[in-house]
Design a protein around this ligand. Structure first.
Ligand SMILES: Nc1ncnc2c1ncn2[C@@H]1O[C@H](COP(=O)(O)OP(=O)(O)OP(=O)(O)O)[C@@H](O)[C@H]1O
Ligand SMILES: [Mg+2]
Length: 342
């Protein structure tokens, strides 16, 4: 363990943790899927495969990418429990950096971060999340990072921070931010260059997992591997014919799998659009973020046709939030240092 203090921005979503940090002035990012089960794994046969066995408060957990006993991380309480602590530490260990003291910026779903009634910060939830991440965790035959500071930000909205600030919008501009993740659809309305947040929305029944589940069923029907990982990869590489024929054993079913997937993507787009239109009928701009953004971009563009190219798919949609928080955090740091010199 080294004594340096490093800063990490961690967007700890319900299905994947996205981490960003600065190294030699360059921004680095990684995505670490949440897949943990109870008890420990035995040592790996191959030396290059690392086993991650953790203990929290006497309870044993292990990282297991393909386990069908993986613990659920898709409920709101996940934000404050053992699994969240595990997911964040596990993701930090994937950076390959030597464990050290760390200052984290993490996220809470928008509807946990803000109080629905008045869009004010929910200090109780924020503090609960901070305390949870300061708890003890140990890694068998290894070291974990030492969390010394935790700052919490809302999911979704900060993903468009620099885009908004550089976009010449005025103080009346209303930007709708749509974040489609693995299990939730989150939306928020930002006024001006982040002068105010005027509305938040969260729906944990709409997410990419709707498509994943359909694809899993179709894959099983085509005598093929139907794990979450493979199904998600097939969705991501849906335009790659070679990949499809690699993972779909029964070639006569490739078309069927594709049709089922496309129909579900279409349905997902329709549901998102219905909710978005109900939430914000006439925003001035629309920004799409989250892992599912590319799947629904066309549907959203069509729904807000009059906005034309003011419907924007944010670059690196899945990691955008972690990256923006990382830049913001670094900036904040610089100005604090500049301030202390005076
Ligand atoms: N380029 C892509 N095309 C299609 N699907 C993708 C792409 N990138 C990521 N995904 C899918 O998006 C989902 C994860 O998105 P994301 O990381 O935003 O979710 P999350 O933050 O964990 O979930 P939530 O916000 O609901 O808590 C996964 O199902 C993943 O397979
Ligand atoms: Mg998310």
């Amino acid at each position: 363990m080294t004594n340096t203090l490093m800063k990490f921005a961690v967007d700890d979503g319900s299905t994947n943790v996205k981490v960003s940090w600065l190294a030699d002035g360059e921004i680095k990012s990684l995505v670490s899927p949440n897949s943990f089960r109870k008890d420990w794994k035995s040592a790996a046969l191959r030396n290059d495969k690392k086993v991650y066995n953790y203990t929290i408060d006497g309870f044993k957990y292990t990282y297991d990418a393909t386990s069908d006993k993986a613990l659920e991380t898709t409920h709101v309480d996940y934000q404050y429990d053992d699994l969240n602590l595990l997911a964040v530490h596990h993701a930090l260990l994937q950076t390959g950096l030597e464990p050290c003291n760390v200052s984290l910026v993490v996220t809470l779903p928008i509807t946990e971060y803000y109080r629905f009634e008045d869009c004010q910060k929910n200090e109780k939830n924020i503090e609960r999340k901070r305390q949870n991440l300061m708890r003890e965790i140990s890694l068998n035959k290894g070291e974990t990072f030492n969390v010394v500071e935790v700052e919490v930000m809302p999911e979704s909205l900060p993903a468009v921070l620099s885009t908004l600030v550089n976009s010449n919008c005025n103080e009346f501009t209303r930007s709708l931010v749509i974040d489609l993740g693995g299990t939730t659809l989150d939306m928020g309305i930002v006024v001006g260059e982040f002068d105010e947040v005027s509305g938040v929305y969260g729906n944990n029944e709409i997410g990419v997992s709707m498509v994943t589940n359909t694809v899993r069923k179709a894959l099983a029907f085509a005598d093929s591997d139907s794990s979450y990982l493979v199904a998600n990869e097939l969705i991501r590489r849906r335009h790659d014919d070679e990949f499809a024929s690699e993972v779909i054993n029964d070639e006569s079913q490739i078309e069927m799998v594709r049709e089922k997937m496309n129909a579900k993507i279409h349905e997902l787009g329709k549901q998102v659009v219905t909710e978005a239109k109900k939430f914000a009928k006439n925003p001035n701009r629309v920004y799409l973020v989250g892992g599912g953004a590319t799947l629904i971009f066309d549907a959203v563009k069509e729904a807000y046709r009059t906005l034309g190219d003011r419907v924007i798919l944010v670059d690196n949609a899945q990691s955008a939030l972690a990256q923006e928080m990382c830049l913001y955090h670094a900036d904040e740091n610089n100005s604090a240092e500049a301030g202390s010199d005076e």
